[in-house]
Design a protein around this ligand. Structure first.
Ligand SMILES: Cc1cc2nc3c(=O)[nH]c(=O)nc-3n(C[C@H](O)[C@H](O)[C@H](O)COP(=O)(O)OP(=O)(O)OC[C@H]3O[C@@H](n4cnc5c(N)ncnc54)[C@H](O)[C@@H]3O)c2cc1C
Length: 466
């Protein structure tokens, strides 16, 4: 390609900054325009802060279960000795960690020679990007390749507007000085379930309002069932088939009114009702970029939009809204546009995790797809309660599930429900990606005793003798 390729990237989240690193590595002249801080919502308000909060919640859950393992943790009647989470300290740690992570990303981009402009960018016809700089200036960039990675923000309900004090989006909870006495979480998707689980473990009384008949409607039904049982045992109440119509401030709390007229009172309400893409007023349609349902940018599997030279990655595309997928879409866009070897995004290889207690990790084809006949597969589900390590660690809930093709035994998917399932899914992810057979998975050594032994055991049970 003659001359240096000029690459402009709108948005400094994982979709944007990971793309910038690849583009710089491939010799591009790269500028990232970012309005809210490098790392994007992933690092500053969404993924990193929530998982840092969950890390504290995990300690609380483990401490709560310590008695079974013979550990005495203070007297419940003595507030001085009983274990409790100080939300002011927890939130200070969350914010400091997020800012440090953002600074690390800034240093890395600087080291790789990526130019970063703090401001708001917009596409302009004829391959240009206009930037309103945060310090008041204005700059226009001529580009050969443009990547839109502007992310998404929490969806708001007109009759439940967040006030940042008691009616909160997930970006606002880290300003709370004290643990909510009674938290009503509206929305039982991944975000709602994770926060409900975390605040319950931290010590809040939690009510989860779910418009569907179960929590996590998009996840494996057996996994969601385990989580519902654990929630019930812990006293976390789930109101299923209950759609919130409005949320209002009331004295020292909130009043959530459901569509059927019932009401739920709480001290705080967390709204987790989905995301809307940041795709308005940034010149997309004027430059030929087609937006689809809900305003998400339409992209193909190599991140191309409908406009030549303009790519899009991450939450603004609505494709499997995960930081890992955003980063991969961004990298793919750069490999493709800068002429490197590239394989299209394979959504069936994406490993994902719900950071509840227990965690729910999945990869590959799902049970729902198998049941619907989209793929023929044999299945085995092993409860963890039979695993020796699980017994030693006091783990009673959870399972390992594997799916393999009937003839070849090639592993096509799996589900793990366990503490740290996010770590246990990796062998299954390797198997799916490498098209390993159940016999290959079963023959590899696992440590005894270990939870991963159940992955090998599940594979062994799928060995076909006929
Ligand atoms: C509560 C929560 C927890 C999550 N946990 C996980 C998790 O555990 N694991 C996981 O993989 N994913 C998780 N996610 C999803 C993950 O956060 C997103 O998928 C990820 O942030 C998407 O990255 P992105 O680069 O597309 O956008 P973002 O991270 O949103 O970054 C986009 C950036 O672009 C900026 N921007 C917007 N418009 C402009 C403009 N015009 N000009 C310049 N800059 C602009 C934005 O301010 C933002 O900084 C979670 C999401 C939520 C809500």
């Amino acid at each position: 390609m003659p001359g240096v390729t000029r690459v402009a990237i709108l948005g400094g989240g994982p979709g944007g900054y990971e793309a910038a690193l690849v583009a710089a590595q491939l010799g591009g002249e790269v500028t990232v325009v970012d309005s809210d801080g490098l790392g994007g919502s992933a690092v500053l308000t969404d993924c990193v802060p929530s998982k840092t909060l969950v890390a504290t919640a995990e300690v609380m859950t483990e401490t709560g279960a310590a008695a079974e393992l013979g550990v005495v943790v203070g007297e419940a009647t003595d507030p001085e000795t009983v274990v409790h989470a100080r939300l002011d300290l927890v939130n200070a740690r969350v914010k400091a960690l997020a800012e440090a992570q953002s600074r690390d990303i800034a240093s890395r981009l600087d080291r790789e020679g990526v130019r970063v402009l703090r401001g708001t960018g917009r596409l302009v016809p004829d391959d240009r990007v206009a930037v309103d700089l945060a310090d008041g200036g204005h700059e226009e960039l001529a580009t050969d390749v443009t990547l839109v990675a502007t992310g998404a923000r929490p969806r708001e309900l007109p009759d439940a507007l967040p006030d940042g004090e008691r009616i909160l989006t997930w970006t606002q909870v880290y300003d709370l000085a004290e643990l909510p006495g009674r938290l009503v979480v509206v929305g039982s998707g991944v975000t709602g379930a994770e926060f409900a689980s975390a605040y319950d473990a931290l010590g809040s009384d939690v009510v989860l309002v779910s418009s569907r008949d179960r929590v996590l409607p998009g996840e494996d039904a057996d996994a969601a069932h385990v989580l519902e049982e654990v929630f019930a045992r812990r006293g976390l109440s789930v109101l299923s088939r209950s759609r919130a119509a409005s949320v209002a401030r009331k004295d020292d709390g909130v009043l959530v009114t459901l569509e059927d007229g019932r009401t739920v009172e709480g001290t705080h309400c967390l709204l987790a009702v989905g995301s809307v893409p940041n795709t308005e007023d940034i010149g997309l349609e004027e430059c030929g970029v087609r937006l689809g349902r809900g305003g998400f940018v339409e992209v193909d599997r190599v991140s191309r939009t409908t406009a030549r030279g303009i790519y899009a990655a991450g939450d603004c595309t609505g494709v499997n809204m995960l930081a890992s997928v955003a980063a991969m879409q961004g990298r793919i866009a750069m490999w493709h546009s800068l002429g490197d070897a590239v394989a299209p995004l394979d959504q069936k290889a994406v490993a994902a995790n719900v950071f509840t207690s227990p965690e729910i990790a999945t990869v590959g084809w799902s049970q729902a797809a198998v049941d619907a006949g989209e793929i023929e597969a044999r299945t085995v589900k092993l409860p963890l309660a039979t695993n020796a390590r699980a017994k030693m660690q006091g783990i009673h809930d959870g399972f390992v599930k594997l799916f393999c093709r009937p003839g070849t035994g090639i592993v096509v998917g799996g589900v793990v429900v366990a503490p740290r399932a996010s770590e246990l899914i990796h062998p299954i992810s390797l198997a799916v990606d490498g098209r390993l057979t159940v016999d290959q998975v079963a023959h590899a050594f696992t440590v005894y005793p270990s939870l991963s032994g159940s992955v090998a055991e599940a594979a062994r049970q799928l060995h076909r003798v006929d």
